[in-house]
Design a protein around this ligand. Structure first.
Ligand SMILES: Cc1cc2nc3c(=O)[nH]c(=O)nc-3n(C[C@H](O)[C@H](O)[C@H](O)COP(=O)(O)OP(=O)(O)OC[C@H]3O[C@@H](n4cnc5c(N)ncnc54)[C@H](O)[C@@H]3O)c2cc1C
Length: 443
């Protein structure tokens, strides 16, 4: 690609993938604002979808291997260059997996003896216990697929770290640290602040970011490829067109399949909650065995049955800026809505999460819950199976896709943005990246 050629690049989507692509385009050595224009169209607001509602865990043992080491390094470099520690909470975080068993008598004993941790135990005394036989309608807990076989192989036994004091160690059967001991294999960012910072930094270098601009059509001809993009201004309802477009990068997360059905990128809803609590920095994958007769209080008061058979696996991440994030299982009950601001949050799923976490963490049982939310995980599906993200050119000249990052899009955002910018400016990228080439999947 001749760097002297005029380029009119439109990015669809202001999640982490769209924003890091805008950032790296405007910082590419060949970027010349006199010749190259970068416009990002976002249907709602920056990080309105999963990029603002994710946990923010970064891990060298994540997948796919052609993105992870690059992206993990870029996170570190971005934080060093732009004061990421203050700006978006970049920091090292411990990470482990634990199994805990909570019995009815544990809960009762805690409720009767509030002496060791008065505030926490006061809350725990409110944990409801109801004598009910397990019923046929309860379901097994499902997991977001963060821990693949490779990640599981990195588990090694270790005692509960002494500073992981916000989990009740008496209930924990084992704790296994994730990653090699002492190696800096896990870190974290606050994804909402990170994504917004990337957008701001891209804007500072000349990217034009339009909010509430929903792309409705990408026009192309068979011979010359993409040439214009139509979008709806959601404030006025008017349709506008950007003509003379040379490149379109579709980074619309789970909505990518709505614009380009042949990508088969779709969404899977998942709920999460955010507690106000300043605790030691650990990300914890849990496996909690609940008492057989335990029903969360909100379900009792609504005359509902319990939802799970006994084992629940919420992921809990201490986060910068005095908060703790936790996410639950994905669910297929509610299809992807037209825009991110129309996502429906099922409050009872959030309340389940809060209740389950309260059984093993007196600290979090006592902490205010400041956010209950849901978002859609972007997944690239083929023949009923989840595949890796799509990153690269399509068979239509000038049409690019960067989407389908499943549960590692925050970890892999900078790497994806960097590679997209490199490909758009005609740089060679490693052969391994070819595995993500959308054309391999007939896109
Ligand atoms: C519960 C949960 C926890 C997670 N935790 C982690 C984690 O700890 N670590 C990690 O690495 N990853 C995590 N992830 C995954 C990560 O959040 C996603 O992979 C990532 O945010 C995807 O980013 P994206 O930019 O592709 O999509 P999105 O964040 O969904 O952004 C897409 C954007 O496109 C916009 N858009 C859609 N259609 C249009 C249109 N037609 N016109 C204009 N704009 C449009 C949307 O409004 C949205 O803002 C988690 C995901 C979930 C669900």
């Amino acid at each position: 690609m001749d760097a002297q050629t005029k380029r009119n690049i439109v990015i669809v989507g202001g999640g982490i993938i769209g924003c890091t692509t805008a950032y790296y385009l405007t910082r590419h050595p060949k970027f010349n604002p006199a010749l190259h224009s970068v416009t990002l169209l976002e249907a709602t607001s920056i990080a309105a979808g999963a990029s603002g509602k994710a946990g923010g865990l970064l891990a060298l043992w994540a997948y796919p291997s052609c993105l992870v080491p690059l992206s993990y390094r870029l996170h570190k470099e971005l934080a060093a260059e732009h004061n990421g520690a203050q700006r978006w909470g970049y920091r090292r975080v411990g990470c482990g997996s634990l199994a805990a068993t909570v019995t009815t008598s544990d809960i009762r004993a805690r409720a009767q003896k509030p002496s060791s941790a008065p505030t926490d135990n006061a809350q725990l005394s409110e944990l409801p216990i109801q004598s009910t036989a397990p019923d046929e309608t309860t379901k097994e807990w499902e997991k977001l697929p963060k821990q693949d076989d490779k990640a599981a192989g990195l588990l090694r036994e270790s005692p509960l770290p002494p500073d992981l004091d916000w989990i009740d160690g008496r209930l924990v059967q084992y704790y296994e640290e994730m990653g090699a001991p002492g190696a800096a294999e896990t870190a974290q960012v606050h994804p909402f602040h990170f994504t917004n910072s990337m957008a701001d930094l891209a804007r500072e270098r000349g990217a034009n970011i339009k909010l509430r601009a929903k792309v409705t059509k990408i026009n192309d001809t068979k011979t010359s490829g993409v040439h214009s993009v139509e979008y709806e201004d959601r404030d006025t309802g008017e349709t506008h067109a950007i003509d003379g477009v040379t490149d379109v990068v579709v980074a619309a997360g789970p909505w990518t399949g709505k614009l380009l059905p042949r990508t088969r990128v779709e969404g899977l809803r998942a709920h999460s909650v955010v507690f106000e609590a300043d605790v030691s920095p650990y990300a914890v994958f849990t496996d909690i065995q609940l008492p057989v007769d335990y029903i969360p209080e909100h379900r009792i008061s609504q005359g509902q049955k319990r939802r799970h058979k006994g084992n629940v696996d919420p992921e809990i991440y201490a986060r910068p800026f005095g908060e703790v994030y936790a996410c639950g299982e994905p669910d297929t009950s509610t299809p992807l809505p037209a825009t991110a601001d129309e996502v429906i949050t099922d409050q009872s799923q959030c309340d389940d999460l809060v209740a389950y976490i309260g059984t093993i963490s007196p600290t979090l049982a006592a902490a205010p819950v400041k956010t209950r939310q849901a978002c859609y995980l972007p997944r690239h599906m083929r023949f009923g199976e989840q595949r890796g993200p799509l990153v690269g050119p399509t068979s239509v000249p000038g049409l690019w896709v960067a989407a389908g990052h499943t549960c590692w899009g925050i970890q892999n955002g900078p790497g994806t943005g960097y590679l997209m910018a490199a490909m758009l400016f005609g740089d060679e990228v490693g052969e391994e990246v070819g595995k993500l080439d959308p054309r391999r999947f007939k896109v």
